[in-house]
Ligand binder design. Structure first.
Ligand code: HEC
Length: 174
């Protein structure tokens, strides 16, 4: 019995050591995982609509802000801070005048999403992303590649300005 207990302790110790010395998944060089989101969350295009946003200036974009089920539940029950597992997606497109629609209207009044420009995410995981208010930020261009580390540093300082709403600007459109 005692030998068996010793065996168990030995196995547990080895398992602990293996956990300690193995690099984080996807980082064979042993570097810590980047402090932002590097993979596009699965299924985001099927999520529900929270709101839309149009930006002028250099961006000239039309955005659709979608949330996974955890995000939608939190918004609807006005739960703040957002719980772990919340993911908010911002799908950005060029904001273009629609010739086809305008012909019907008889004047230039219709604007629709043009080419996709990027997709941005905010993923709530208060342990993994503790350094950035519990949110992992993600930015993906049309090539599907994540934004680089320097670019990703800009997200948190600006979003932090809306602390009262847990770093999220978008309000739920009824
Ligand atoms: C200069 C300030 C600023 C910076 C920098 C910034 N954002 Fe935002 N972000 C906003 C504002 C304001 C909104 C709401 C208006 C809109 O959607 O256009 C927003 C909206 C969002 C949303 C929708 C959820 C929400 O908070 O409303 C996501 C997701 C998002 N940003 C991700 C990012 C990512 C990822 C980065 C970094 C690559 C980033 N943002 C950088 C200001 C900023």
């Amino acid at each position: 019995m005692r030998r068996f207990a010793f065996f168990l302790v030995a196995v547990a110790t080895m398992a602990g050591l293996v956990t300690l010395i193995s690099p984080a998944p996807g980082h064979a060089d042993g570097q810590p995982a980047p402090p932002f989101v590097t993979e596009i969350p699965h299924g985001y295009r099927d999520w529900r609509w929270i709101s839309s946003a149009h930006e002028e200036g250099n961006l000239h974009s039309l955005g659709a802000i979608l949330g996974n089920d955890v995000a939608i539940d939190a918004y609807r029950s006005e739960k703040l801070p957002f719980p772990d597992g919340t993911i908010i997606a911002a799908l950005h497109y060029r904001h273009v005048s629609s010739d086809e629609n305008n012909r019907v209207f008889g004047q230039a009044q219709s604007f629709v999403p043009g080419a996709a420009t990027n997709i941005q995410f905010m993923v709530k995981d208060s342990t993994k992303y503790a350094a950035t208010g519990g949110w992992g930020f993600g930015h993906f261009g049309t090539d599907g590649k994540p934004g680089d580390a320097a670019f990703m540093k800009s997200c948190f300082p600006c979003h932090e300005k809306t602390k009262g709403s847990d770093l999220v600007f978008t309000r739920y459109a009824p």
